[in-house]
Design a protein around this ligand. Structure first.
Ligand code: AHR
Length: 307
């Protein structure tokens, strides 16, 4: 059901400038840095007096950052919730304080907090579809007979980790020649992806497909594979999600097969949706971002615009 502010959500008046909160979860990878920059880059043209925080990978700090923004009297909250459940109190407190909240890039547990009721809308990608598309590309391009798959999961309890796993695993479960032998979190971080891959390689030296829930972990996995004398791109197919500069370079270098896009450039979309809401227009509960797919066919032409 689409919603407008008249439906009982916190109102937002039309004005020239807004005090806007953007409560970032962490800044330890290029994706997060690009997302935060996108909000800063949009601020002036959208009339935002932007209060941006960095929770440094702590859901508890992210909740506290939102508390502090509420105390500072923000007009609007843009929140990328690090995990699905721990950030629900932040959504509820903003709701109780009468602050229209837009979830950015990740969502919260839909059984508890709902768009059109507790927050206005979720702006982001279809993570299940991203996982599905990686799986389908892998099935079409894997040259071996038996796929021995290691999966590097994102942050435990986050919507992209849950959904990217579901999308990929459900497709693979329909193919007898594909076996996921290990699935472990690398917390969406390069170094942890490398460490986890090193450990999993000991237990599963016959791995020939690595599916990472984001590019940073894929790059970490490539490092671990090379250190172990493996040849990513030749004897191991590495597939992933995001579309970072390093991933596109790895595709160009022949070390990675595919990355399905997950764009971090939310600033302009956030501005557009906020202004529509202030104008009383109807907002979809999920403003869905369309994602491209990067392979050897288009990585070179897209690398200059990558982050
Ligand atoms: O929520 C989107 C994910 O979060 C991106 O894929 C990942 O790189 C980031 O940390």
């Amino acid at each position: 059901v689409s919603v407008a502010q008249a439906d009982g959500l916190p109102p937002l008046e039309q004005k020239d400038t807004y005090t806007v909160g953007f409560a970032q979860m962490e800044s330890n990878n290029p994706w997060r840095i690009a997302e935060t920059k996108s909000f800063h880059d949009t601020a002036e043209s959208c009339g935002w007096n932007l209060i941006a925080t960095d929770a440094a990978g702590s859901a508890a700090k992210q909740v506290a950052d939102v508390d502090s923004m509420i105390a500072q009297g923000i007009d609007v909250l843009f929140l990328p919730p690090r995990e699905e459940k721990p950030l629900i109190p932040a959504v509820m407190k903003a709701r109780a304080a009468g602050i229209p909240t837009f979830l950015i890039d990740r969502s919260v547990d839909p059984a508890v907090a709902k768009p059109g009721e507790h927050f206005v809308s979720f702006l982001g990608s279809d993570f299940i579809d991203q996982g599905r598309r990686v799986a389908e590309w892998t099935l079409e391009n894997f040259e071996g007979e038996q796929g021995i798959i290691v999966e590097l999961e994102g942050t435990t309890g986050s919507s992209p980790a849950n959904d990217r796993r579901k999308g990929f695993d459900d497709v693979m479960a329909q193919h007898d020649n594909m076996t996921i032998v290990a699935s472990q979190t690398g917390d969406f971080a390069r170094d942890m992806g490398r460490q986890v891959m090193e450990t999993l390689l000991q237990a599963h030296p016959d791995v020939n497909i690595v599916y990472a829930h984001n590019d940073e972990m894929a790059i970490g996995a490539i490092q671990a594979l090379e250190l172990a004398g493996r040849k990513p791109g030749e004897d191991v197919l590495v597939v992933s999600i995001d579309g970072t500069r390093d991933a596109l370079q790895a595709i160009i270098d022949g070390k990675m097969g595919v990355t399905v896009e997950s764009s971090p450039f939310f600033g302009p979309l956030a501005c557009e949706v906020m202004n529509k809401y202030a104008a009383g227009e109807t907002i979809e509960p999920w403003v869905q971002v369309q994602d491209r797919i990067f392979t050897v066919d288009n990585a070179a032409e897209n690398i200059d615009a990558a982050y």
